[in-house]
Design a protein around this ligand. Structure first.
Ligand code: AMP
Ligand code: GLC
Length: 458
């Protein structure tokens, strides 16, 4: 009941202030998602013919990248077995060909930038400038109408145009998404929850290819920008990370000089060297968003193996372990805001205080539930359609643990010198799809928070 009221008023406040958020820069990853809904018989047949024993090896430990078909199928089983998301770069041409032949059920906008551009620009009406590594006709057609812009240089002059007006004839960057519902069974494995495995057959986003416009005219591009969201660093490897991360660091320098808060959308980053390098950059960001697998992987490279294990061993994830991990991360890097999301609840640790942090989380949880329920959200008013989705009951224990440990009240507590904000989320029992929910959560919360801070009526 308390939460229903908090949800309703947070939604109204963010909706009323969303036009105050300012223009948002989104960089770097945009792609096309080819979504395949897995079928038991088909998958079992494929595993058998690829060699079941070989495939099952990878269901226990993910490879670094996909070099053959057993690795692809094994990685899909790894995700199903745990109900966890994972994404790997597909290196081999023959595996890419196999995936294309396997096919897909639908093509959708993909990549954090693409998904957030459609949500912020196409749904909330917040102007965005997006980095799209390759703008093919198909890629352009996946952008919604609205204040979504890409830079285009014509006769030496920089213009901002809608992707559909860019008229580029560049390559298609395709990611194969293998989705499964909760309870999906294959051999004796059963998915504890809905999720997906992603095989990215894409050389641009995987290498964080940065377009010449962004390398050469970045200062001009961000002239009118007030917020930035950075994503897409997850597929880098120890062989190729140096140059892209140098560019990211230069971009961050410009953003920081201009006082533009930047959020890093952390994603599953299999390479430890890259994860460490990203960790070293974290202090240059205002904010970071991650889930339990990602937070555990960060704890691992920080030498906190015990904490990493704890984060992955409870369901729902132990909120005290999450808070400890967030504190360690904030203290080590100086990042001002950490937004953790998991199935059932979100936490935000901030070095500043205010109910607007929690309210932005509530708004983002409603947006996530609307996305899960409707598949596609077409206007900000659609979000309210998720009000009737119940708050996750299992999370009562999480709330109790936070009250007991930190004296949390109405989702707010003080821990060391930080504020900890908590919200129980609304879980849609049979979501249309799970891809992009994390991006919806992180971008809605970050932009929603600034809309409230910059607005007059909260
Ligand atoms: P990510 O793994 O980063 O894409 O984020 C997925 C997030 O989506 C999870 O942490 C959950 O908070 C949220 N989520 C997943 N499934 C559902 C669902 N059925 N209903 C509402 N939220 C969901
Ligand atoms: C990653 C994937 C992309 C997917 C997105 C969803 O960026 O590469 O295919 O659309 O995550 O969050």
């Amino acid at each position: 009941m308390v939460w229903d009221n908090l949800y309703a008023s947070a939604f109204e406040r963010v909706r009323g202030n969303i036009s105050n958020a300012g223009r948002v820069l989104l960089a770097y990853n945009t792609n096309i998602d080819a979504v395949k809904y897995l079928e038991r018989k088909d998958l079992e047949k494929r595993v058998e013919s690829a060699g079941k024993d070989e495939v099952l090896r990878y269901a226990d430990g993910l490879p670094k990248r996909i070099e053959n078909i057993p690795q692809l199928l094994g990685s899909i089983l790894w995700s199903i077995k745990r109900g966890k998301a994972a994404e790997l770069f597909v290196e081999s041409c023959s595996t890419r060909f196999y995936m294309r032949q396997w096919g897909w059920d639908e093509l959708r906008m993909g990549g954090q930038v693409g998904i957030m551009a459609n949500l912020l620009g196409g749904v909330y009406g917040v102007p965005v400038i997006a980095h799209v590594p390759q703008l093919s006709g198909l890629q352009a057609s996946l952008f919604k109408d609205g204040p979504i812009y890409v830079p285009k240089v014509e006769s030496g002059k920089l213009k901002l145009v809608h992707p559909k007006e860019f008229a580029g004839d560049e390559e298609n960057c395709i990611h194969h998404i293998y989705e499964f519902p909760r309870g999906f069974t294959v051999f004796d494995l059963e998915a504890p929850r809905e999720n997906r495995f992603i095989g990215s057959a894409d050389d641009y986003n995987s290498n964080v290819y940065v377009r010449p416009e962004f390398r050469e005219r970045f200062e001009e591009i961000v002239e009118s920008v007030e917020l930035a969201i950075i994503s897409g660093l997850q597929a880098l490897t120890k062989e190729n990370y140096r140059e892209p991360l140098e560019i990211v660091e230069e971009h961050l320098k410009v953003l920081n000089e201009k006082g533009i808060p930047a959020h890093l959308e952390f994603a599953f980053t299999p390479d430890e060297t890259v994860r460490k390098a990203i960790l070293d950059l974290l202090g240059k960001f205002w904010s970071v968003g991650l889930n339990e697998v990602e937070l555990a992987s960060v704890m691992e490279v920080m030498g906190e193996k015990g904490l990493a294990e704890k984060l992955l061993s409870h369901d729902p994830v132990d909120p005290v372990a999450v808070t400890e991990a967030m504190l360690k991360l904030a203290e080590k890097t100086g990042v001002k805001r950490i937004h953790f999301h998991t199935y059932g609840y979100y936490l935000a640790l901030t070095d500043y205080k205010g109910e607007f942090v929690r309210d932005a989380l509530l708004f983002s949880a409603l947006a996530a539930a609307a996305k899960a329920k409707l598949g596609d959200v077409s206007s900000i008013d659609d979000i309210v359609k998720a009000m009737d989705v119940p708050v996750n009951e299992k999370v009562k224990a999480v709330e109790d643990a936070l009250s007991k440990e930190y004296g949390m009240k109405d989702g707010i507590a003080e821990v060391n010198s930080y504020q900890l904000a908590f919200v129980p989320t609304k879980i849609v029992a049979k979501p249309k799809s799970t891809v992009g929910i994390g991006d919806t959560i992180s971008s809605s919360a970050f932009v929603g928070e600034f809309a409230l801070r910059r607005g007059k009526t909260f």
